[in-house]
Design a protein around this ligand. Structure first.
Ligand SMILES: Cc1cc2nc3c(=O)[nH]c(=O)nc-3n(C[C@H](O)[C@H](O)[C@H](O)COP(=O)(O)OP(=O)(O)OC[C@H]3O[C@@H](n4cnc5c(N)ncnc54)[C@H](O)[C@@H]3O)c2cc1C
Length: 156
């Protein structure tokens, strides 16, 4: 196996483990407790963005957080769990399949825009590839006032 394909396989596994960890955020209530009836934060959309925010907010166990996701868990969906399954979930019930308006620069054809409809959202149908930003882009975060967010600090 080439170094590139090894790295790609490792990255896919990391993305998959991350996906699993995000699921517990949405599903978990503190052990032995009933689900809270009121919440300090309600996050609509259990996607990559919503679950990252929910994870950080819920690090304070006194802060009840609710995530509402229209799709369900897809852990038993082999179109998602297969490491070689990119594209298999397209056009199925976990794909929103948004239709564009006719594209004037595309011969007036309409296009289908993919988006995940499931817990963990588009990360359940995406390609799991990762393109790292330039170091100057990462270092710019500190320059605009986010102390510690630098290339060297985040590299590990
Ligand atoms: C085909 C494809 C391939 C991709 N490949 C890659 C890749 O290889 N690498 C990469 O880094 N990125 C990739 N991306 C992009 C990446 O997957 C997305 O940018 C990211 O997952 C978006 O996350 P999000 O949480 O912002 O939005 P979304 O994933 O759109 O999440 C929004 C969530 O909100 C839910 N929702 C919407 N309306 C409601 C409602 N009214 N009530 C409750 N829930 C609702 C949806 O069901 C969905 O789960 C790809 C995207 C696509 C479409």
């Amino acid at each position: 196996m080439s170094r590139t394909s090894t790295l790609y396989a490792e990255f896919k596994m990391i993305r998959f483990l991350y996906f699993l960890s995000t699921l517990s955020v949405a599903a978990a209530a503190p052990a032995g407790s009933s689900p809270a009836l009121t919440y300090d934060y309600v996050i609509v959309g259990g996607g990559t963005s919503g679950l990252v925010i929910a994870k950080h907010l819920s690090e304070n166990s006194n802060v009840p957080v609710l995530v509402i996701e229209v799709g369900g868990s897809v852990l038993d969906n082999t179109n998602v769990t297969s490491m070689n399954g990119y594209g298999r979930a397209f056009g199925t019930d976990i794909d929103w399949q948004y239709k564009s308006v006719p594209q004037t620069c595309g011969g007036n054809s309409t296009q289908v825009l993919r988006a995940g409809k499931a817990l963990a959202s588009t990360s359940v149908i995406n390609g799991m590839s990762f393109t790292r930003a330039e170091h100057v882009q990462i270092d710019a975060w500190q320059t605009i006032g986010n102390n510690g967010l630098t290339w060297n600090a985040l590299w590990p």
